[in-house]
Design a protein around this ligand. Structure first.
Ligand code: AMP
Length: 385
């Protein structure tokens, strides 16, 4: 066990690193963060901020001098960086899990080979392969880049009809891609599972996720699904974590089909945006659980103490200057979290708020109302910048 008083090294200093660092500090750990961008969100709450590229040996060695254990906050950290850390310090989740989850092709192959349910897919590396994949899978379908995709980036929906596959492939512009059958889902879910390397696994309550323009907008807990669906989703997430040999946190995004069964969409071996509700709505937050898991501590109780709804705050809300926080906070069940990002850009995740209430319907109504009033204010007032 890596006990409080030790230092946790985090590769990546964005909001997930920041909230992990805050949980770590809360528990008496030191924190060292490595991020290429100076004054990154996690840097402000860390004991040490190192600004070098992720794969810079000198930067990594500085991190390793301070850190007793290493983790990461996003899956596009180069595997070589995680491997360099793993050679000298416990590094969780293992670099091979990062390697699998940072590339859709490898992730889909892992899921398919292990027999976990996911949408029909094919790996595509040319226009000819794309045409053959469409012939097998059918349309509509979604073409996704193999590397560096998130929040719908690097994706194109292929609608039913005729296409010139040479043009489609050329315009897509990626060397390799995954073609996925379009899933007519009822709703989207995610499950966050933690493992501490001592045989203990915990699952957070299932979150229902609503995306707008491919970016998470609302997370609703508990998800409005039948108990059998929630159980299927939790069991599936646990089975995937076990099959990966996970130590740390894994978020599993899923689709719920019309018949109530689930398919896996994506894996993320780290805290996840859809788990932010747990900061205010659960007995243990995903960030505390992340710390406990990578340090080999007993895992915390993941139960929700109240229903809650999390809403992302994107940079668009800053169009007319600082959003009206007093108005938001006038709802006494609304908890505001801002990530300390200096510049608000459209689509950039600047913070979130969570409404915690006795009844889910009330939390959802108030969350929608607060989001709508912040948006209306951002649109109505001429820019003060
Ligand atoms: P991803 O970046 O793969 O998580 O995709 C972002 C969003 O696009 C998902 O949350 C879904 O709303 C949608 N999406 C992705 N893949 C599919 C699919 N195969 N069928 C239908 N919708 C999808």
């Amino acid at each position: 066990m890596i006990l409080p008083g030790s230092t946790i090294g985090i590769l990546g200093g964005g909001q997930l690193g920041r909230m992990t660092a805050m949980a770590a500090r809360h528990m008496g750990y030191g924190v060292a963060v490595l991020d290429p961008a100076p004054r990154c969100p996690a840097g402000a709450v860390a004991d040490l901020e190192i600004n070098t590229p992720y794969d810079d040996p000198a930067g990594l060695d500085r991190l390793l001098e301070r850190a007793d254990v290493v983790t990461y906050e996003f899956e596009n950290v180069p595997v070589v960086a995680a491997e360099r850390c793993a050679a000298r310090r416990p590094t969780h989740p293992a670099p091979r899990i990062l390697h699998t989850c940072q590339n859709r092709e490898r992730e889909k192959r892992f899921l398919g080979d292990a027999g976990f349910p996911c949408a029909p897919f094919a790996i595509v590396a040319s226009a000819e392969e794309l045409a053959a994949a469409v012939a097998r899978i059918g349309l509509p379908a979604i073409l996704k880049t193999a590397d560096f995709g998130y929040d719908g980036k690097g994706q194109r929906k292929l609608t039913a009809g005729t296409h010139d596959w040479q043009t489609v492939w050329r315009e897509f512009g990626a060397p390799r891609a995954v073609l996925e059958g379009f899933v007519d889902f009822q709703l989207e879910l995610s499950v966050i599972v933690a493992a501490n390397g001592r045989g203990e696994f915990t699952v957070f309550p299932v979150a229902e996720n609503i995306h707008t323009d491919h970016i998470l907008d609302f997370s609703i807990v508990p998800a409005r699904v039948l108990p059998a669906t929630a159980r299927e989703a939790s069991d599936l997430a646990c089975a995937i974590a076990e099959s990966l040999g996970l130590v740390g946190l894994l978020a599993v995004e899923m689709f719920v089909l019309r018949d109530g069964h689930v398919l896996v969409n994506e894996l993320a071996p780290r805290p996840h945006n859809s788990g932010h509700w747990s900061l205010d709505g659960a007995l243990t937050s995903q960030f505390e659980q992340h710390v406990r898991a990578v340090c080999g501590l007993p895992l915390g109780d993941t139960r929700a103490h109240h229903p809650s709804v999390m809403v992302n705050l994107l940079g668009d809300l800053w169009a007319a200057g600082t959003p009206d926080w007093p108005r938001l906070l006038a709802d006494t069940g609304a908890k505001l979290h801002l990530y300390g990002k200096p510049e608000a850009r459209p689509g950039r995740k600047m913070g979130h708020f969570t409404v915690v209430a006795d009844e889910l319907d009330s939390a959802l109504l108030r969350a929608r109302h607060l989001k709508a009033s912040l948006l209306a204010a951002a649109r109505a007032i001429p820019s003060r910048r």
